[in-house]
Design a protein around this ligand. Structure first.
Ligand SMILES: Cc1cc2nc3c(=O)[nH]c(=O)nc-3n(C[C@H](O)[C@H](O)[C@H](O)COP(=O)(O)OP(=O)(O)OC[C@H]3O[C@@H](n4cnc5c(N)ncnc54)[C@H](O)[C@@H]3O)c2cc1C
Length: 398
């Protein structure tokens, strides 16, 4: 039998995440969004939020209890991220989902020694922000999905082994989330330039104070105002061999063990879809035309019903992917997680567009939130692989 009810523990977690999002995150997001200063550094405002959320256990929720984590399930993380995504999808994705997912990655792919070392911050109670860098300025990131046995295709960052050290050289794109503010980086580089991408990608753990790693200035984006993205340049960066996660050439395979990244993004986007729906609903109940609230005009009412239905459908697809991540991780990684991410983002974009429409002229003004929802939703199209690439990937496993 399928039970869609949340347990009492999950209900408590949901309320805790909702309170945190509404009471702590909301005021900070308002300050960032209302500032006209392009130079504003969102991390200065968000750092304390990240620390508080980490103390509440949101970045270590799924880590095993023996490593200091909450020992909870993917569905629990989805519940938390939806609540944060309602208030700000960029905070949910950049700070909480990315750090939670990369911590989990360490428990799946790293040796026991690496787990203890890299995740020591969990027990020490000092929150740690992670970043993961694969994309490069002059290379299509979609090449990561290319199966052609052509060694010229794909990323160029190279890790050359010299004794017990790898020397990393290359540039990562200006889109890399948390670049320049993170405490440590998971950098994907090639360990062989004469082999196809799939056989030559390796993943390295690189603390931020490693010599030779430099960061560009903050990238300006159309939305996701509360997050920070920048280019990374790697100039003879020495990385001890003990910081190679897994074996050389295994990065692609290991990252496939992590459907939670896409599920977390999807859950955050369900939050955005819900926010757009609730915002438009509230407006439609108050705005009066032809002598009655606009929700009483069928053209508006039908739009709102569709927004609610699609949000509910997206949540179910995400929860299904989250449950599958526990029961059948391969199925989650190949089909259900990318499906959830594309669907949830599509619903968020559609709901945001509809919210703009329902708010009439005010929908395009800065004083209302519909424009923020639309910009933030659109960014979901390409973060962590585009919807087309994800769908093409899914087809390989049908
Ligand atoms: C908000 C945000 C956060 C990000 N964070 C990170 C991060 O933390 N770390 C990181 O490394 N990167 C990050 N990125 C980069 C992101 O992963 C890439 O932008 C994304 O995967 C798309 O790659 P691209 O921009 O190189 O587009 P391309 O790969 O150049 O694709 C361009 C277009 O061509 C299409 N296309 C390409 N190849 C094919 C094909 N074979 N068949 C059909 N269509 C194709 C794509 O769907 C797309 O529409 C982030 C991006 C965003 C927007």
């Amino acid at each position: 039998m399928i039970d869609f009810n949340l347990t009492q523990e999950q209900q408590i977690l949901q309320i805790q995440a909702r309170d945190f999002a509404q009471n702590e995150i909301q005021p900070i997001v308002r300050i960032i969004e209302e500032s006209n200063n392009l130079e504003i550094e969102p991390w200065e405002f968000c750092q304390n939020l990240f620390y508080k959320g980490s103390e509440l256990g949101f970045t270590s929720l799924m880590l095993p209890e023996k490593l200091g984590g909450g020992g909870r399930k993917c569905i629990d993380l989805a519940i938390v991220l939806e609540e944060i995504g309602v208030v700000d999808v960029s905070i949910a994705c950049s700070y909480f989902n990315l750090t939670a997912a990369m911590s989990l990655f360490v428990t799946r792919a790293a040796t026991t020694e690496q787990q203890k070392r890299i995740l020591s911050f969990v027990n020490s109670g000092k929150p740690h922000l992670f970043s993961a860098a694969e994309s490069e300025p002059n290379v299509a990131t979609s090449d990561m999905f290319c199966a052609l046995p052509d060694s010229n295709i794909g990323m160029k960052t190279f890790a050359a082994r010299e004794g017990n050290t790898y020397i990393l050289n290359g540039t990562k794109s200006s889109l890399v989330t948390n670049a320049g503010i993170a405490d440590a980086y998971f950098i994907i580089a090639r360990t062989a330039m004469d082999k196809p991408l799939r056989e030559s990608l390796s993943i390295f753990f690189v603390p931020t104070d490693t010599p030779g790693i430099k960061f560009g200035k903050k990238t300006q984006m159309i939305g996701w105002k509360a997050s920070h993205h920048a280019e990374i340049s790697l100039d003879n960066v020495p990385v001890p061999a003990e910081n190679l996660i897994g074996q050389e050439g295994e990065a692609g395979k290991l990252l496939m063990l992590l459907p939670e990244v896409a599920i977390g993004l999807a859950a955050s986007y369900v939050g955005l879809a819900r926010a757009a729906y609730e915002y438009a609903l509230s407006y439609a109940k108050q705005r009066v035309s032809w002598g009655r609230p606009i929700i009483e005009h069928q053209a508006v009412a039908l739009k709102l019903a569709d927004m609610m239905i699609n949000t509910q459908a997206a949540r179910l697809v995400v929860w299904d992917a989250a449950v599958t991540a526990e029961t059948s991780p391969q199925l989650a990684a190949t089909i259900k997680a990318p499906a959830a991410k594309t669907f949830a983002v599509d619903v968020a974009i559609k709901n945001a567009q509809t919210a703009v429409e329902i708010l009439g002229g005010y929908g395009v003004t800065k004083e209302c939130l519909a424009g923020k929802f639309l910009a933030d939703a659109t960014i979901g199209y390409s973060c962590d692989f585009t919807r087309d690439i994800l769908r093409l990937g899914i087809v390989n496993f049908l």
